[in-house]
Design a protein around this ligand. Sequence first.
Ligand code: BES
Ligand code: ZN
Length: 630
Amino acid sequence: MASGEPSPGGGAARRPLHSAQAVDVASASNFRAFELLHLHLDLRAEFGPPGPGVGSRGLSGTAVLDLRCLEPEGAVELRLDSHPCLEVTAAALRRERPGSEEPPAEPVSFYTQPFSHYGQALCVSFPQPCSAAERLQVLLTYRVGEGPGVCWLAPEQTAGKKKPFVYTQGQAVLNRAFFPCFDTPAVKYKYSALIEVPDGFTAVMSASTWEKRGPNKFFFQMCQPIPSYLIALAIGDLVSAEVGPRLHEDDTLYILKISKPRLWSRVWAEPCLIDAAKEEYNGVIEEFLATGEKLFGPYVWGRYDLLFMPPSFPFGGMENPCLTFVTPCLLAGDRSLADVIIHEISHSWFGNLVTNANWGEFWLNEGFTMYAQRRISTILFGVDPDDTYNETPYEKGFCFVSYLAHLVGDQDQFDNFLKAYVHEFKFQSILADDFLDFYLEYFPELKKKRVDIIPGFEFDRWLNTPGWPPYLPDLSPGDSLMKPAEELAQLWAAEELDMKAIEAVAISPWKTYQLVYFLDKILQKSPLPPGNVKKLGETYPSISNARNAELRLRWGQIVLKNDHQEDFWKVKEFLHNQGKQKYTLPLYHAMMGGSEVAQTLAKETFESTASQLHSNVVNYVQQIVAPKGS
Ligand code: BES
Ligand code: ZN
């Protein structure tokens, strides 16, 4: 597989971008005043009790930023995004001096300024203003213990329950609580890191290379420029196993000289999960990547590894480059959840290579990724099996991209356009207008026809008015698969159950996504007439006792909507078992919207699980269970 394509930024210096002027209201930094050339993190991780106090858990060390001043008039300070949980104890400045090889770093003063509930500004003052184009290095000594950016887990909160674990989740604005930076997706840079861990721990990062340095140190380098939110770290009792490329028998028999290795993938997990991880993903990643490359151009990240996170990881997947973080719920044993992997792989082009310049343009990351994910799965599996995820930037974004494909009218031409789009904007951050200008230039006939202002379908309306998408892609190929599920759900909604008709439908050959769809229909029709849900659970133990997280979520929702108290314990067990935001919040909503018993269940479950949940998830659940001002 091709890797290491043209040099960073090589894609598109020619086009003046709208994003060059864009503001990022979520950043407190003066990121337009400097070019960030490189970041180096030198951190030591210590596990201990939650802080504060001596010996408490924390990361400590330095962050070193290589900068070039972009202000024509020079600059007097560097303003970075930071967070009250970062204890910065020293700042130093190294400036280019004619004649001296490596000038010394001199201590400089710094102060913080309040910004918002999710961060503060860290201002480093220069004793003399730096001049236009001057290069400088800023060294910050700091420590971070408890906070929203670095998530510390006690041994009981891991799969193995033996050793503690720590990980970071940067998207969207949490990495300012991990290291001081320009925490805006408008800025991209390369980074390296040296991470020291206690005996018996392994560190992994979202980086091109991973190197062990002595027994306790790990060195990482990311050789492509990325935005701050994609820098990610995890430390725990981790092991890895190779899952690709699949060597074909012919290769192993006849190979004479191994020239350039193709892309190697590994799965990383706690020891107790590694066999399951290897079993489930051996040899499949390669195929997804190869299909992505055919559609969208070279995969530039050099490696694609998967890290199976502890159960409280709040997302299905997070596209950290070179090392996607995934929930252990994906170890369903049936490969039914590969769509999450395909989704995260699709971010390798949409999101990680071409990036939204601020979070208001988030749909550029997720809408294109949904489109790419479905292109890949349509090619590999025929009918698109993905029908489980529903949020505006994802689904309306997907519809918009589908609409633009429909305007072109030819799938091959549109696929070629996607490839050109990635090539044009790779390693940059863009706004929707950058993309739309490019689209109209690429298809001049469409530009001539003024497709951007077709009444009712104006691009501006797509992007800026709420409401249902004006165009829906043709999903009818899925109908034949979904129809039986819909009919069966109808039978179960009847006042008098027609068990003969119900038993005539065999659901055992159904794919997970068909079961999911069936349960969604049941949920829509709920509450069902009394007794039906009990009977439903008894009739399909493969649903009511499922281990697959998507099925457990929906069974839980049905149980709650029907106040089927006999199965409440399953909801509780599920919420104790994992902490994914998209499972957790709907269940708490359902509990709080349910009977008194359900509400009590919510409060008790939250009390006993809060300590294991991601801090963002805790805040959201709190809002549901005990809204402020109630
Ligand atoms: N990048 C997102 C997760 C994310 C979004 C984290 C916003 C923080 C803020 C990731 O690619 C994603 O969309 N994950 C989905 C996967 C699904 C759409 C297949 C998830 O976690 O459910
Ligand atoms: Zn995504």
